[in-house]
Ligand binder design. Structure first.
Ligand SMILES: [Zn+2]
Ligand SMILES: [Zn+2]
Length: 138
């Protein structure tokens, strides 16, 4: 799997996924706007290549909506399944989550990093850190 960065371009505002390699500038595939430069892939989480922020969080590479709607179906089915749908659907939800890879996200510019080894010290999104960067995200 090739490491990638995915973000909304500052210029054309489109969401793009771009392969990243050592010592390579990242350029928007649509409008050629420069996004930044990768020095080495193992340094990506020292400084965000796009915005130089130093804080990242992990998330599941997963459409949250799917997880929610699976649980919602389980809840809707409760009257017919005597509540059995809840643990069953919670299990499905959990199994789906386990299969979904973890990605890293930049707090400041929202760039998503896939197929890179994620440092162990990265934590899921923390609200108080997110607040600090709120003004940068649109
Ligand atoms: Zn662009
Ligand atoms: Zn960033």
């Amino acid at each position: 799997m090739t490491p990638t960065i995915a973000r909304h371009c500052d210029k054309c505002k489109q969401y793009h996924i771009v392969d990243i390699k050592d010592a390579t500038p990242i350029v928007c595939p649509q409008c050629a706007h420069p996004w930044g430069t990768i020095t080495t892939l193992d340094k990506v989480f020292d400084f965000c290549p796009a915005c130089q922020a130093r804080q990242f969080y992990t998330s599941k590479d997963f459409n949250q909506f799917i997880g929610c709607s699976i649980m919602a179906i389980g809840i809707i089915l409760v009257p017919w399944t005597y509540g059995l749908s809840l643990p069953v659907f919670a299990l499905i939800d959990w199994l789906l989550h386990k299969r979904v890879p973890t990605i890293a996200n930049c707090y400041k510019c929202g760039s998503e990093f896939r197929h890179l080894p994620i440092p162990k010290n990265l934590k899921p999104f923390m609200h108080h850190i997110g607040l600090k960067y709120d003004k940068y995200r649109k």
